[in-house]
Design a protein. Structure first.
Length: 83
């Protein structure tokens, strides 16, 4: 494993995961906290949903949010270039 990568053991929805990445521990803590909050919100809205399906919905929401942010960033860059 390259030196710039770290291993993080995290617990999400009662399951332990090992995540390998370049992020700082504070960043990963924030990510895990948001994932836990969003999973809890999904489960509250749809209590019969199993964890796997809730995680898929969370992933869809995250990718959708990412695409919107990318569009916003592109629009800002284009507006800046027009100035």
């Amino acid at each position: 494993m390259p030196e710039d990568k770290r291993r993080f053991k995290v617990k999400i929805a009662g399951e332990v995961y090992t995540i390998i990445g370049k992020a700082q521990p504070e960043h990963m803590d924030a990510v895990v906290k948001i994932v836990e909050q969003q999973l809890a919100e999904i489960k509250e809205l749809m209590p019969a949903l199993n964890n796997e399906k809730a995680a898929i919905l969370l992933a869809i929401n995250a990718v959708s949010d990412q695409l919107y942010k990318q569009e916003e960033l592109l629009e800002l860059k284009e507006a800046k270039e027009e100035q």
